[in-house]
Design a protein around this ligand. Sequence first.
Ligand code: XUL
Ligand code: CO
Length: 434
Amino acid sequence: MTDFFAGIAPVTFNPDAPADELAYRHYNADEVIAGKRMEDHLRFAVAWWHSFAWPGGDPFGGQTFERPWFGETMELARLKADVAFEMFAILGQPYYCWHDADIRPEGATFAESKRNFEEIIDYLGTKMEAQGTKLLWGTANLFSHRRFMSGAATNPDPDVFAWSAATVRNCLDATHKLGGENYVLWGGREGYETLLNTDLAQERAQAGRFLQMVVEYKHKIGFKGAILIEPKPQEPTKHQYDYDVATVYSFLKEFGLETEVQMNIEQGHAILAGHSFEHELAMASALGIFGSIDMNRNDYQSGWDTDQFPNNVPEAALAYYEVLKAGGFTTGGTNFDAKLRRQSLDPKDLIAAHAGAMDVCARGLKAAAAMLEDGGLEAVRKARYVGWQRPEAQGWLRSATLEEVASPVEAGQIDPQPRSGGQEILENYVNRFV
Ligand code: XUL
Ligand code: CO
């Protein structure tokens, strides 16, 4: 037992807790919403990188956090794991996620990094078994080290491609070993800074082959979890290839992977792409590739990826509405890809950030379930498209030619009458639930 969270008791459901007390006021793990326990709907995960590895830096200043586990030794890596699992015990969330680089010190050689990693994986395995916390997903950090500065799978240098393959192989093995439910690939530096030195077609072919190999390997080792791609339009590179859900889908189609790979959709990345979170979720669901979510928010003024904890219930409600409509999570869940502000130094800040975010999501889920049960939005949506039930309209979608569809118009039988989209009425409706 470390003393990092000394004096902080496990957070429990208590809607009447005094204002200054850490408690769940809305997240009640066992409460049944729309036929399922809240815990099983939301499937919360803590992200190792933001909570335990990030030192609090920004482009103008370095480390602000002083954590006793900062440093590149195995002993400190184990201390970091001890503290992480103590936080999991306090929060009681069922899952967590890691990058290899978050949990192990970098070695001088690939082999040394691998040894460090495998040792920590065993350490985590023992802790997971003792405590019951599960791995939502593992992933490889193919973007921080300088060797990845020009990309990983899309690097102009095939040696980096090979290094990346070896790293993903180890991370997939480890995820499998720990019973992880998904494996994520976020294209950290899979993009470019300038076209002046970039061969787009070549890099696209490399990325496609790399992903095919990952999928082949997953089947070879019998990993039953989902392979997830996490889209993001820019940052760190100027232009990232996995721009948004629709872009990734066309990439998957090109390489024959659309039934093998699903999406991990992040709120802040959706905003950067000029979409809403719910747009990206609905798009993934429509394309049959919805997998999991990275829950956070961006600062709406700054225009960059601030990875803040969510605090907007109406936004969360619209997101979970799409999650529920997609049938809910199967292997996926709600990973808090969110970090403290760099002035939030105290251990208590880490707990408060997660507990508050879990409450925001719980309120969003409850509102979403109530809207779905009420059926108001679905009824309006259905009525809006009712004309497509007409047999001739259905025929137009199946087999008609352009001239056949044109003919009733030319015969004067069709004269479209505009109808209200009713947006404000629907916004008022949603407001009643949030
Ligand atoms: C970066 C990001 C990553 C991925 C995992 O913006 O979201 O943390 O979630 O590599
Ligand atoms: Co993310």
